[in-house]
Design a protein around this ligand. Structure first.
Ligand SMILES: Cc1cc2nc3c(=O)[nH]c(=O)nc-3n(C[C@H](O)[C@H](O)[C@H](O)COP(=O)(O)OP(=O)(O)OC[C@H]3O[C@@H](n4cnc5c(N)ncnc54)[C@H](O)[C@@H]3O)c2cc1C
Length: 427
């Protein structure tokens, strides 16, 4: 089957808090923006019973309600949305390609906001009881079916303790398996205090899951005491795992820099190591994974994607202009020698009148243009990274193609090179 091709300015993979925010910023900058989401718009936060710490919702709003507002706003801004799974991506200096089962989407910039998926305990029989067989990852979705029953929660972080307390509104008893010594949890202090005071919550300290047991449906979790090695069978009607998330980066392996745990490495501008490809939200290597930080990431990624596209257009049409021999001068505006040489370059351009076009890039302000030059130079085999070239430097172009990078900036050298470029036809 031939795949249908569509062009966008920006394609965002993942429609959670980070992706929807990036979409709002891109669409508001009048970019033709597509979000591709494989399951539920709103992402992980839609599985959260209550979100107490996202500003602007003082009355303990639910995750689904907050995320519905994100979705409405993105749609109102004109973001296009496709509900399908991204299978592969290809990044190149001639544009990026995002493939689903039926389509190939071509984009000037891609924002990866694919979040993560729940970590499993790797205890015996776990695979047998996942989802509708008794092991769940979403209290909001599944709590009601455990009304007046007993459930176990695995973990002691914010998600485990807060969702565990939510479960006590339905279940008679919530048994919490905690790795640490008695009284020690990873959750925030307020959640810990509330949980310890909750009569429906019972804690199994120093334990991890040894196996899941049942006859078709989970009815027992066997816990192992880490100190004594003793096994304890706990009868339950269901079990909720809240032991962290693994980043959804399988489709990116070998294409983009990841850390040891598979999170995408970015800088403060959410740029990855690939030009025009940004990452935002839980999927990236960062300190705090919360809706508020995902929103911040999404905003930064959106703004920088817009800047990247605008720089790319400047780069292609102005910097690598085709009509004249090009002299691109890259310098640091705070360097006195660099400023002096700038005057020399301007005089040279004047001498050549309409035959040579000078473009000036301040390396500090024009970092993204420098990066594009670096990529283009790399392609021509001149230098791997533009950052490796001394400042100030010049790049000579002809017919919109890079010919040479040089830090020899004497008037004679520059004039000789320009003369030679003007007198030869480039193959
Ligand atoms: C139980 C629980 C409670 C939480 N409580 C809070 C809280 O109280 N306050 C708070 O601020 N945060 C809370 N969080 C954290 C918060 O939910 C996350 O930090 C945030 O939702 C992550 O947003 P995201 O956009 O980065 O990723 P996600 O929301 O995970 O969105 C990523 C999206 O990408 C999609 N996707 C992945 N791969 C592909 C692909 N190949 N093709 C297409 N789509 C793809 C996924 O389907 C998903 O919808 C909680 C999390 C959990 C699990």
């Amino acid at each position: 089957m031939e795949k249908k091709s569509e062009d966008y300015d920006v394609v965002i993979i993942g429609g959670g808090a980070a992706g929807l925010t990036a979409g709002i910023y891109c669409a508001r900058a009048r970019l033709n923006t597509l979000i591709i989401e494989k399951s539920l718009l709103g992402g992980l936060a839609t599985y959260t019973s209550e979100i107490e710490n996202y500003p602007g919702f003082p009355d303990r709003e639910t995750g689904p309600n907050i995320m519905k507002q994100f979705e409405k706003q993105a749609k109102r801004m004109g973001v296009k949305i496709k509900l399908t799974d991204v299978k592969t991506v290809r990044f190149g200096i001639d544009g990026h390609h995002v493939e689903t089962f039926r389509n190939i989407f071509h984009a000037k910039s891609v924002i990866i906001a694919t979040g993560g998926k729940p970590r499993l305990t790797k205890a015996k029989n776990e695979e047998k009881y996942l989802y509708d067989k008794g092991i769940s990852f979403c209290a909001t979705c599944d709590a009601a079916q455990y009304t007046d029953k007993t459930v176990m929660v695995i973990g002691s972080g914010d998600a485990a303790i807060e969702e565990g307390m939510f479960l006590t509104k339905f279940a008679n008893k919530v048994v919490v398996s905690v790795l640490h010594n008695e009284g020690i949890m990873d959750a925030n202090q307020i959640a810990q205090e509330e949980a310890l005071a909750n009569p429906k919550m019972e804690f199994k300290w120093n334990t991890l899951v040894d196996s899941f047991e049942g006859d078709g449906h989970l009815d027992k979790v066997v816990l192992k005491n880490l100190k004594t090695g003793e096994l304890e069978e706990v009868s339950v009607d269901g079990c909720f795992l809240f032991i962290g998330y693994i980043p959804n980066t399988e489709i990116l392996k070998g294409m983009i820099d990841l850390n040891k745990l598979g999170h995408i490495k970015t800088n403060d501008r959410m740029e990855t190591n690939v030009s025009g490809v940004f990452a935002a939200g839980d999927v990236r290597d960062k300190e705090l994974r919360q809706v508020a930080t995902c929103v911040g990431d999404g905003a930064i990624a959106g703004v920088n994607a817009e800047k990247f596209i605008s720089d790319m257009e400047t780069f292609e049409h102005k910097i690598l202009q085709k009509d004249k021999v090009g002299l691109i001068y890259i310098y640091s505006a705070i360097d006195a020698i660099g400023r002096e040489i700038l005057l020399r370059m301007q005089k040279i351009e004047e001498e050549y009148k309409d035959k040579v076009k000078l473009n000036v890039i301040d390396a500090y302000k024009g970092e993204s243009l420098c990066r594009m030059l670096g990529d283009a130079c790399d392609n021509k085999g001149f230098c791997k990274k533009f950052g490796q070239v001394n400042l100030p430097s010049v790049v000579y172009t002809k017919n919109g193609r890079i010919v040479e990078v040089s830090s020899n900036l004497t008037k004679d050298t520059v004039v000789n090179k320009l003369n030679s470029l003007l007198s030869t036809t480039l193959s």
